[in-house]
Design a protein around this ligand. Structure first.
Ligand code: C5P
Length: 208
């Protein structure tokens, strides 16, 4: 069974995808991490993330980069969003994601275009979302909890900008697949959102 979990930044899709993987005993891939690694590599190379050539060259990043904590920073997230608009970058990362999705036994992948491009045949597709203010609030709590001094308004601006870029790009824009189950968790707690996702998988995959 392939489970595709798509949605905008800070929507809680990663938490949900990890919980589904544990619940159904499937391997999980956070595809955003691949784009973050490309963004980080461009940064390390001193290149411009808006330049398709520099972004494509960065797709050759060493796998050890995937383990680095800095990939989770807002700054690298911004670079990731910028490199991800280039079709050549998306093509370069396609095979790796496709191979993971189609491995024997199935998998859970989370990202922006899993249900639409990477695994359109996925048995279960979830589109996880929440309002911009609520996503900003959660990201702010998480960051200040880690001791990072940042203004809520700044995070809200970043999230809105990232949404606009992810939804507005020509190649594989962030959009719910027509057959995706919409999960708006603006008013749901973590456990409620996970329970709703498990119920959606059971209903879709006919697991009873
Ligand atoms: O999900 P995460 O915030 O880690 O993703 C970072 C960026 O990578 C996103 O803003 C998006 O532009 C890009 N991305 C993408 N396609 C994916 C996963 C992430 O374009 N499947």
């Amino acid at each position: 069974m392939i489970i595709a979990v798509d949605g905008p930044t800070a929507s809680g899709k990663g938490t949900i995808a990890r919980a589904l993987a544990a619940r159904f005993g499937l391997p999980h891939l956070d595809t955003g991490l691949l784009y973050r690694a490309v963004g980080r590599q461009v940064q390390l190379d001193g290149g411009n993330p808006d330049d398709p050539g520099a972004a494509l060259a960065a797709c050759d990043f060493p796998s050890s980069l995937l383990d680095e904590e800095i990939l989770r920073s807002e700054e690298v997230g911004g670079f990731a969003s910028r490199v991800s608009v280039h079709p050549a970058v998306r093509r370069a990362l396609y095979e790796r994601q496709r191979a993971f999705a189609t491995q024997t036994g199935g998998a859970v992948l989370d990202g922006r275009d899993i249900g639409t491009v990477i695994a359109p045949e996925a048995e279960v597709k979830l589109f996880v979302t929440a309002s911009v203010p609520e996503r900003a609030r959660r990201r702010w709590l998480e960051m200040t909890g880690r001791g990072i001094d940042v203004a809520l308004a700044e995070i809200e601006r970043d999230i809105a900008a990232r949404d606009a870029r992810d939804m507005g790009r020509k190649d594989a824009p962030l959009i719910a697949a027509p057959d995706a189950v919409l999960l708006d968790n603006t008013h749901l707690g973590r456990d409620e959102a996970i329970a709703a996702a498990i119920a959606a998988v059971r209903a879709r995959a006919d697991l009873g």
